[in-house]
Ligand binder design. Structure first.
Ligand code: NDP
Length: 448
């Protein structure tokens, strides 16, 4: 059996009931096969892959907090410090009822390669809790965040592990966590990113993932003889990534016509009204049905069997920006039949493996999230630099660094795909380019 297959089997055996983690490892190892086989003897002797797929540290903890009725609630807390070969652990905190160890491990594993692709010195980690901020009062969210950080603060720090936002963790949650960290440690340091501007946050961090997604998409299209102008775009999600992807797409002259949340989705053929979307989702924290109620051109559809219909809409480009495995083979077939020629992932692993293969077989330009959504973590690393310097850069400075980083990421994954004979296979290109740097650093640092 090949080394790659052996290690994959080991992962399944040692990490039962973690399908998302298995899926992420399989996708990465499959596309690294050619690189691994060329160095099999050395990698096998050093157990390089076994070390790569095993987190350096996994922290599981209890998060007790008191709700508004005086009832004590208990949630599970997680932080997986996956790989620190190229820098301190860096990766977001997800607050969503679906969170479990397997999901955090899949996200942490992906984060290793994403962070490597940014070209910045950051290792891979991820964390979160099965706490659901939806429907909770501000006081309840604060009580949860304070309890969460009371335990987690022992394991994080500006030079060891720097968490950030993710699904369910926005500016409000980061603020509560930062305040509690500072109170417990007495340190005013860049331990979390995504902070508010008045206490060490970076301009353009809010916009970074969505804007970065569009910078990379624009470059991918340009290098393949296409122009993003006047293209119809289907976007899923209505959170941080989706909102700023929609905004930047419009600035680049394209027309996003959809968005979705956990209960329904919008088709707005006149083009999404970003100001209204922000008002509904960021200010009121309301459902998308309120967007449709305020805009006559928009149609609102409830989800059926938990699925949104965003991928059934005729479009040129699809940007999945909600959550994992939200675009499956049937969706891919519908998109291709409707003329979609490019897909770039804003969310982490939103496309199932068979859907990805279908896109690639049908010559759809497909960019995986670890490359196309890396703008968020890249700008978080820029926030860390500003905190260390005790300086704040202008929006323009951060945005232009972000754009350079995204364009460079596209060229490095394109180059890796060419070098290994898999032209335009950006999944392979991203995994290989991300892996090579981490493998070199692990090799140089000995058996640790
Ligand atoms: P938000 O919480 O801001 O928004 C998520 C959006 O997706 C919301 O509209 C939410 O609906 C919807 N959603 C979330 N979970 C589900 C689910 N299980 N089923 C259906 N819909 C769902 O998160 P972000 O925008 O920050 O993150 C979106 C994706 O992008 C995630 O995969 C995240 O890991 C990834 N990502 C985020 C980065 C960032 O900087 N924020 C960086 C890189 C990747 P509702 O409004 O109803 O809650």
């Amino acid at each position: 059996m090949s080394y790659v297959d052996e290690v994959y089997d080991l992962v399944v055996q040692k990490n039962p009931s973690q399908p998302e983690f298995h899926q992420a490892v399989k996708e990465v190892l499959e596309s690294l096969r050619v690189v691994i086989e060329a160095n099999e003897e050395k990698y096998r002797k050093d157990a390089l892959l076994e070390r790569l797929v095993t987190p350096e540290r996994q922290i599981l903890f209890r998060v007790p907090w008191v709700d508004d009725k005086g009832q004590v609630q208990v949630n599970n807390g997680f932080r997986v410090q996956f790989n620190s070969a190229i820098g301190p652990y860096k990766g977001g905190l997800r607050l969503h009822p679906s969170v479990n160890l397997g999901i955090i491990k899949f996200l942490g594993f992906e984060q290793i390669f994403k962070n490597s692709l940014t070209g910045l010195p950051i290792g891979g980690g991820k964390g979160g809790s099965d706490f659901d901020p939806k429907g909770k009062s501000d006081r309840e969210v604060m009580a949860f965040c304070q309890s969460f950080i009371t335990e987690l603060h022992k394991y994080i720090g500006a030079d060891t592990d720097v968490p950030a936002g993710d699904i369910g963790t926005g500016a409000r949650e980061i603020g509560f966590m930062y305040g509690q960290y500072k109170r417990l440690t007495g340190l005013y340091e860049g331990v979390l990113t995504g902070k508010g501007l008045s206490y060490g946050g970076s301009l353009a961090r809010t916009e970074a993932t969505g804007y970065g997604l569009l910078y990379l998409t624009e470059e991918m299209l340009r290098c393949n003889g296409r122009d993003i102008k006047n293209k119809i775009i289907a976007v899923s999600g209505a959170g941080n990534v989706a909102i700023y992807a929609i905004q930047k797409a419009q600035q680049l002259g394209a027309k996003p016509v959809t968005c979705s949340d956990s209960t329904g989705w919008i088709y707005d053929p006149a083009g999404i009204d970003v100001a209204l979307l922000k008002e509904v989702k960021e200010v009121k924290r309301a459902r998308l049905s309120e967007y449709a109620a305020a805009r006559s051109s928009a149609q609102y559809h409830e989800k059926t069997n938990g699925e949104h219909g965003v991928w059934s809409v005729k479009c040129d480009i699809a940007l999945p920006c909600a959550t994992q495995n939200e675009l499956d083979l049937e969706d891919a077939k519908a998109l291709v039949a409707n003329g979609c020629f490019a897909v770039a992932e804003g969310a982490n692993m939103p496309t199932t493996m068979d859907a990805t293969e279908y896109f690639q077989k049908n010559n759809v330009l497909f960019c995986p999230g670890k490359a196309s959504n890396a703008g968020g973590v890249a700008t978080s690393a820029l926030e860390m630099s500003q905190n260390s310097e005790r300086l704040s850069w202008t929006f323009k400075e951060v945005d232009s660094k972000l754009k350079d980083i995204m364009v460079n990421i596209f060229h490095s994954i394109d180059e890796a795909s060419r070098q290994y004979g898999m032209l335009r296979n950006y999944v392979a290109g991203a995994n290989i380019a991300g892996f090579l740097k981490v493998a070199e650093a692990m090799n140089a640092q000995g058996i640790v």
